[in-house]
Design a protein around this ligand. Sequence first.
Ligand SMILES: [Zn+2]
Ligand SMILES: [Zn+2]
Length: 118
Amino acid sequence: MTRTRSFRPQRRPSAGSKGASPDLEAIVREAAQSRARRQQGYRARSLEMHGWICGRCAREFEADNLQLLTVHHRDGNHRYNPPDGSNWENLCVDCHEAEHTVEQLADYLSGPDRGDKR
Ligand SMILES: [Zn+2]
Ligand SMILES: [Zn+2]
């Protein structure tokens, strides 16, 4: 008796565990919310620590124009938020913009294209 080759495909062990719930959307939404909350958190803390005043031009702010006072990260890393506030600097939007323009210029000047010989 010759056994016919029974060509059984191996059962995949993880078949049928498709939990297609729409939870991903909720997770994404919650992540965005918690990020916004965290940003709110450090901004409020930085304003509290450093005062409602621009660290560059010393412009002072009040509750009705406080949205123009932003928090700059000294090392450029928005995820580095030490509780002692050492990475934060309160800058008005003008100074903040200038700060980043300078950084971009510095990046540009020290960029990888600099090695051309004359
Ligand atoms: Zn300023
Ligand atoms: Zn900044």
